[in-house]
Design a protein around this ligand. Structure first.
Ligand code: ADP
Ligand code: ZN
Ligand code: ZN
Length: 723
């Protein structure tokens, strides 16, 4: 037999798959087996992507694999990985790395997780050492013996055996133990239960109707459309429908994947699945250690876990007999991966579900126009218990001095007097947006990127939100010497300080990328949840699907800021943000309201959001996009060429543009983009009525230009369905 093997190397130039001859012991190999193969003078890890009877190469030129790894990938996922590579103009190796057990792959896009404590485990050499013949200190001996039973945290080990960190480091140097950063609590990470919810006894009529539609699709004959959009207003009990749908799949001997935006931000959904399904759930959140991640992958692969809950990468969970893929909060931008392969988990979910006859259930209060147009739909029009949606008031900020409108101040004051809770959204972090010299007008820019530096007062720095460049807060203008440097635009840090004055003595909690790296998010949300009263202020993070029943006021500051971006999704983004933030208010018996501050309160997106009118908004949006040929009425592909100096990027983009030549495919640009992380960039936007034709045209043009010597100075990023 011949195994066709795709080598897992980041090199774009290597064109696999390559043929290897299988003999003897390796004969159990099939599609999805990982092999160590000789490649020239090197050895590479590769994945079998196809089996064949014969090869085009003569037998004496065929090499044999050196070894097969124990873990393998289901063939269905091999096909999915290769499809992602094609669809998103990436390489087979990068596509495949998405479906491999964690820790293999090309090294491209290795995850770094924020982790807390060190854990030790014993190596094979360590086990050997315990058999004797190796010099070990008494404490080291004790530590190795303890580790032979199970991996342990370094701190517990020191306490129990007296072998401290230094001792373990020495053992590590000798290859006897392995130290890695691990979550503080145990192997099966327990999710905290914010606002833990009681068991739901009966479904509402609307929930039951939605569930029936899911089940009908589960049981439908082959070839039927199994895609379903669940549009349910915020607080309408969508999660309960997902839970029952997953149970229905399990009941039929099938498995389920539940995609959620970011587990750190919305731990409630994941913890409800854990409560309901116990050990048959694997939760893949971003703070698992490499080891835990691998363990969860193995549990899924072996069938030990049949439900997988996780962010976008969970769409590649190694489950067989898949019956259901849920995409919760399907409007959320985090489903798109922003590095190569730039896949959209929602699109991948649709493909995977179709390939294995599974139901695709996408849910949201504010679904995307794409889904509304293309999927069958069921609706949950009311909140559970028929609680009213909050009233939303749009207030005009024209001529208002200061960050908050009088109506907002009054509403906050009411929260203060009654000892209630409020959530305030401002989608800009930092203290002020930018610094400018009052004398000469100089603006402080990032030296690497053409963007302004943002003041972070507590940190005493101005910093770039793109590349991380930071410098001390300037005392004077280097151009004119003036000491009058003014702070323009307001960020969450400053708004937080303002709110502290306004609602004193209620506590103010800030949630944004500055306050909340790693575990910080969970802590802030926990503290807000536990507080009797208070204000949560932050960026779009505060608008995610939190279920805090006692929030009575939502505020959006500068709601139309997002409308001022030149992007065809600007309206959708604005609508979604305001509607989702509104969804956080009034979930409890006290009811709630929302105040939305805007410079243009008449904006279409805001008017629809104020009426909780997703239907009307999407209807108008679809009309507008049809007229312009934007998704879902057409496809967009973005090509960004970049280079160290100015010039090559535009020349390369021009060359790509000239090569894209297909009927129904139009190219806009090249347009210069702002410099980013020290690189000059130029962008092409490709509009294609036919998706496959557009992708194929872009791929062949980019491959040709990137392999030409003339454009060696440029690099290329292709983004299909850019966000
Ligand atoms: P959504 O995801 O639609 O915003 P959730 O799933 O968060 O809504 O549900 C809102 C609240 O309603 C949760 O606290 C949930 O436990 C509760 N709930 C859901 N379904 C029911 C039901 N049938 N009966 C009573 N309470 C329910
Ligand atoms: Zn100046
Ligand atoms: Zn920068």
């Amino acid at each position: 037999m011949i195994a066709k093997v795709e080598p897992l190397t980041p090199a774009r130039a290597l064109r696999g798959p390559f043929d290897y001859l299988l003999k003897g012991a390796l004969e159990g190999v099939g599609v999805g087996t990982m092999l160590v193969v000789p490649f020239g003078s090197r050895r590479l890890l590769g994945v079998v992507v196809e089996m064949a009877e014969r090869s085009d190469l003569s037998p004496e030129r065929l090499a044999e694999p050196l070894a097969a790894l124990e873990a393998d990938v289901p063939p269905e996922l091999v096909r999915l990985g290769l499809w992602v590579a094609q669809e998103y103009v990436s390489t087979p190796a990068r596509g495949l790395s998405l479906v491999l057990p964690p820790g293999t792959g090309t090294g491209a896009g290795r995850r770094t997780a924020a982790r807390r404590s060190l854990a030790a485990s014993i190596t094979e050499a360590g086990c050997e050492a315990l058999k004797g013949g190796v010099r070990l200190g008494e404490r080291q001996q004790a530590a190795l013996e303890a580790l032979r039973e199970q991996p342990r945290r370094v701190t517990t080990l020191a306490r129990d055996t007296g072998c401290d960190h230094g001792g373990l480091r020495r053992l590590e140097k000798r290859g006897l133990v392995c130290l890695e950063r691990a979550l503080e609590n145990s192997r099966r990470p327990v999710l905290r239960g914010v606002g833990a919810t009681g068991a739901v006894t009966g479904l509402t009529e609307a929930q039951q109707g939605a569930l029936d539609e899911v089940v009908r699709r589960l049981d439908a004959p082959a070839g039927e459309d199994r895609r379903l959009l669940l549009r349910g207003v915020t607080g309408s009990g969508k999660t309960e429908v997902y839970l029952r749908a997953a149970a229905a799949a399990l009941h039929r001997g099938r498995s389920a994947i539940v995609l959620v935006p970011e587990i750190a931000l919305t731990p409630q959904t994941a913890s409800r699945f854990v409560e309901r399904f116990g050990d048959s759930v694997a939760v893949l959140h971003s703070r698992l250690s490499a080891r835990e991640r691998y363990d969860e992958w193995t549990r899924l692969r072996s069938g030990g876990a049949r439900v997988c809950v996780g962010p976008r990468s969970a769409v590649f969970a190694p489950l067989t007999e898949l019956g259901l893929i849920v995409v919760d909060e399907e409007h959320d931008g985090s489903y798109k991966q922003e590095r190569d392969p730039r896949y959209d988990a929602r699109h991948v979910a649709e493909m995977r579900a179709q390939a294995c006859g599974a139901v695709l259930l996408a849910g949201s209060a504010t679904p995307r126009p794409e889904s509304v147009l293309r999927y069958d739909r069921v609706e949950l029009r009311e909140r559970v218990d028929s609680r009213a949606l909050p009233s939303v008031e749009l207030v005009d900020m024209a001529g208002v001095s200061g960050p908050l409108h009088q109506r907002t101040r009054d509403a906050l004051d009411e929260v203060r007097r009654r000892g209630e809770k409020a959530i305030v959204l401002l989608n800009r972090r930092g203290w002020s947006n930018y610094l400018s010299c009052s004398e000469c007008g100089r603006v402080w820019d990032c030296p690497n990127c053409d963007v302004t530096l943002v003041l972070h007062r507590a940190a005493g720095r101005v910093s770039c939100h793109h590349c991380g460049h930071a410098e001390p807060v300037p005392r004077a203008c280097p151009d004119c010497g003036s000491v009058s440097v003014s702070r323009r635009g307001m960020g969450t840090e400053q708004l937080g300080a303002e709110l502290e004055r306004l609602v004193d003595p209620l506590p103010v909690f800030r949630l944004d990328a500055d306050t909340a790296p790693g575990g910080g998010i969970a802590r802030v949300l926990e503290r807000f949840d536990a507080a009797a009263a208070g204000v949560l202020v932050g960026t779009q993070m505060v608008a995610k699907g939190h279920d805090f029943p006692d929030v009575t006021l939502g505020v959006v500051v500068d709601a139309d800021a997002t409308l001022r971006f030149p992007d065809f999704r600007a309206e959708e983004r604005t609508f979604t943000l305001v509607a989702q933030l509104s969804g956080r208010s009034g979930r409890g018996p006290r009811g709630g309201k929302v105040v939305v501050q805007a410079l243009d309160p008449e904006a279409r997106a805001l008017r629809h959001a104020a009426r909780h009118d997703s239907e009307g908004f999407v209807h108008g949006e679809l009309e507008r996009r049809a007229a312009l040929g934007y998704p879902p009425h057409g496809n967009l592909i973005r090509v960004v060429c970049s280079s160290q100096e100015e010039g090559p990027e535009t020349a390369a983009a021009d060359a790509v543009r000239r090569l894209i030549d297909a009927p129904g495919v139009a190219v806009l640009g090249p347009a210069p983009l702002f410099r980013l992380v020290g690189r000059s960039r130029a962008q092409l936007v490709v509009k294609a009525a036919d998706r496959c034709a557009g992708i194929a045209a872009v791929r062949s043009a980019v491959e040709s230009v990137s392999s030409s010597a003339e454009h060696r100075g440029a690099t290329y990023a292709v983004d299909v369905d850019p966000q």
